[in-house]
Design a protein around this ligand. Structure first.
Ligand code: BYC
Length: 472
């Protein structure tokens, strides 16, 4: 049951061959996906053999097999976590009822929209990252980038499966549209803000995998609680893939911090640009940017959409099962920020429409853990500085704080102060030019760019000086 059938054109563990209609729909979509992949996927490396992992089963142990694969030959497929016998809906108005194996008719539109929003982010991130291969800091990093890209492609497959299998004709139309929107395109942009930003360099990419992929973790975990069981099972398996993406971000930024500290110690100065390193102030500005655009991805503090998703049993809270309350939330409150002139205060708001903020709170606490680890690296080098998460109101475009300007330390500031200080708070054009100047490809086996330290270990027990991508 857990095994994946690779003898089929579309590898799957969903019994695809028993459902001819669905099989035809997906086999019709498959070449269009490949066309999109060739046009918008990693530029210049499609014919190179890369040491990639592929899912072979969905059990916790041993789901991955590692081998050299050319990316267009990657076996994208449909993998769902095992069905949990007797699973019931864990929250909202239908709490305690058996989970749905089909789409409940009255929630069809809402559910489709959630799946489309989730699905849209997956190809968007591949599009954002498509030129990075040309400037990789090492073969190890190049391989990790491609691993993430093929898995984001698979996550698109996961959402397209749900659309095609459960939403009939309009589901198929949405599946096509997912291949037609383009990140950053004025006329047909991706749905959510952060997925239309550029990922122009490897520092931005590592920040994206730390901060933006982590939004993915929290959104997927909430959808994994869904009463619509196929969505839950799909997201549960996606989360196992997501863990690697988060590792790439956290370890990657940790390696940048490590190298920064080494250069600071050697040179006894903060001015690392002469030495080809990335100073802590620049890192802080990149953190400020990526964290704030990722906070926007959780939506407004008060959202009737979020309340409805929950009441309908479609999208739960992070780790819903561990929450010690009634899982209906009709009579409870949650603490939210409020603006009182230029003061940021708190108030109690009804819990249901505050669910976006609650998820954002879980996310913020998780983000802080990485900062703590990076700060330990700085401390170990005897350097008395710290990286910080800016205030949640800083540089926001969605929700309460979109109306005002907030400094990283959480003061509402005037437009004039914002304009005077924003260069200290957000990456400047000069920062971007400098980071861009560091983006020289390093492709010799076992070598790393000067601005990033090597990882502690290689992939799947392989050494660091392994040929992770065969470029010859
Ligand atoms: N940009 O009621 P509100 C990932 C819209 S990342 C632009 O607060 P709601 C990944 C909103 O659509 C995870 N528009 O919103 C990471 C609504 O529009 P309407 C992706 C935005 O619905 C890295 C209006 O504003 N998954 O997987 O409560 C690599 C009112 O807003 C934005 C999901 O997001 C924005 N940032 O919450 C690869 C999960 N925010 O109704 C992959 C599915 C809001 O006025 N999506 N709007 O037309 C959801 O759960 C919800 O749609 C959201 C928004 C949490 C995103």
């Amino acid at each position: 049951m857990a095994g994946i059938d690779y003898s089929e054109r579309i590898p799957n563990n969903v019994g695809l061959s028993d459902n001819r209609r669905l099989q035809r729909a997906l086999e019709d979509w498959q070449p269009k996906f490949l066309e999109w992949w060739m046009e918008m996927g990693p530029n210049g490396f499609q014919a190179k053999e890369t040491y990639l992992r592929t899912a072979v089963s969905v059990d916790a142990q041993g789901w991955a097999q590692f081998d050299y694969v050319k990316m267009p030959d990657y076996r994208w497929g449909l993998f769902l976590a095992e069905r949990e016998p007797g699973r019931t809906i864990g929250f909202g108005d239908h709490m305690g009822a058996p989970v749905w194996q089909d789409v409940p008719g009255e929630y069809r539109g809402v559910l489709r929209r959630l799946i489309v929003t989730q699905g849209d982010t997956e190809p968007a991130s591949v599009e954002q990252q498509r030129h990075l291969g040309q400037t990789c800091p090492s073969l190890y990093d190049l391989r990790n980038l491609f691993q993430i890209n093929v898995e984001e492609g698979r996550h698109l497959w996961a959402m397209v499966y749900l659309l095609d299998a459960y939403f009939g004709r309009d589901g198929r139309e949405e599946s096509e549209a997912l291949l037609q929107r383009r990140s950053g395109d004025r006329d047909k942009p991706r749905i959510l803000g952060a997925f239309n930003e550029k990922t122009p360099d490897w520092l931005s990419y590592l920040m994206f995998t730390y901060f933006t992929d982590r939004d993915g973790k929290y959104q997927l975990a909430s959808l994994a609680e869904s009463g619509f069981d196929p969505l839950s099972r799909t997201c549960r398996f996606m989360l196992t893939e997501e863990a690697h993406h988060l590792f790439v971000g956290e370890a990657g930024i940790g390696r940048v911090v490590q190298r920064t500290c080494e250069l600071m110690r050697e040179s006894r100065t903060d001015d690392l640009r002469r030495l080809g390193g990335i100073d802590l102030a620049t890192l802080q500005r990149y953190i400020n940017f990526h964290y704030s655009v990722s906070l926007d991805l959780f939506g407004s503090e008060i959202s009737t959409n979020a309340a409805n998703f929950y009441t309908m049993g479609l999208k739960g809270r992070f780790e819903e099962g561990k929450k010690r309350d009634d899982h209906r939330l009709k009579d409870t409150t949650y603490s939210l920020n409020e603006l009182d002139g230029d003061r940021i205060t708190a108030r109690e708001a009804p819990a249901l429409p505050s669910l976006n903020e609650r998820l954002r709170d879980d996310y913020i606490a998780d983000c802080q853990r990485g900062l703590d680890r990076w700060n330990q690296i700085i401390e170990k080098h005897g350097i008395g500085q710290e990286l910080r998460l800016p205030h949640r109101g800083f540089h926001r475009a969605i929700g309460l704080f979109a109306e005002v300007k907030v400094s990283p330390d959480g003061r509402v500031v005037s437009e004039a102060e914002w304009d005077a200080k924003k260069h200290e708070w957000l990456p400047t054009e000069a920062d971007e030019r400098y980071i861009q100047s560091l983006m020289q490809p390093v492709t010799q086996i076992g070598r790393f760019a000067n601005w990033i330290a090597p990882p502690a270990r290689g992939v799947n027990g392989r050494p660091i000086d392994f040929e992770y991508v065969r470029l010859a």
